[in-house]
Design a binder for this molecule. Sequence first.
Ligand code: NIG
Length: 412
Amino acid sequence: MTRTLLIENIAELTTNDETLGEGLGGRIADAAVIVEGENIAWVGPTHEAPAADERFDAAGRALLPGWVDSHTHMVFAGDRTAEFEARMAGESYAAGGINVTVNATRAASDEALAANLERLINEGRRGGTTTFETKTGYGLSVEDEVRSARIAGASADAVTFLGAHLVPAGADPAQYLDLVVGPMLDAVAPLVTAVDVFCETGAFDGEASARVLEAAAAKGLATRVHGNQLGHGPGAQLAVKHGSLSVDHLAFLSDEDVEALAGSWTDWRGGAGERGTVATVLPACDLSTRMPLAPAKRLVEAGAMLAIASNCNPGTSYTNSMGFAVATAVLQMQLTVQQAVRAATLGGAIALGMHEDGWVDPRGVSHKRIGVVAPGARADLQLLDAPSVTHLAYRPGMPLTSAVWHAGQREI
Ligand code: NIG
């Protein structure tokens, strides 16, 4: 018999299911949750909760889905403190800094890369993150990209191939693109679930980016785009046109870009089937690069599907605090707390295609859907040391993570 756990006396439960509770967060007051093995078996008011093998008293605190961090670059070595200091003194961010990390990553051992990834994942877990995507992209040779993907797959829940991060120093751009869409993609494909491209001046232009997306699709892989980060460009439109799962960054968007992102969801009814491209904003990165903040509120109001992620990497966003990203999205990007929390949980799940049952992790294990607290979903939960998710923005920067369950197991 599978053991059951009753979490009771939850002052505010965010389910992200509007059929279960009130408002956008599907909130239930004075709630309880029953976890059975890896999954959620029941949610409802505490006074209606069935019996269970074990009990956990939430003591008037808020429970919500674990954060889904859908955009990170955590397979790397080295540190770019000097570059950050120079930026804070007035230098602007240039993608060329990526080469510094490429050199350090190539020189590092497998063990050092894996240990650094595990360190970052543990930091994220302590802050309430239960699902981690990570990209490759600091190897930029066939051997180093394969190695990065393999190391990522041992710890992360989703691995994205980003050979098209930058043309490495000394390489010919046309030859490097041929390598990325040819032998490098062939070698990495069995280890990843999606392919990404940095579509930006100084990285890959629209035409080169389209080649990467087409090559990925020909292999049956999902795609993502880094787009509209450092200036206006074709990234957002390209992602919609190619049916990418998400386009990420989005600091520089025209009205047409916003319309295209919103329009991509017009006919979506949830779950499987024709879906759109998630607009993923990365508030910590916008702050750390002193770029304009992505227009998250405009995107939501237009009807786009929003995700919030940390973009943890040593160059533009050396944090994997999703609590910080959510607080910034509320305080600086003008989102409501409910909108920001939903974007950092269910939004991330949709960006990764994990909002449906049956998604498969890099170890080949199939899981129930995530991003919601609803019967049948995977029991990925975080308990705040606060009575409401509003405290995430009301008390920014405070360590509010009180307990974390991942697939039903208590982690924190
Ligand atoms: O998402 N935009 C490109 N890639 C990373 C930055 C990587 C770096 O500077 O090391 C990003 O911000």
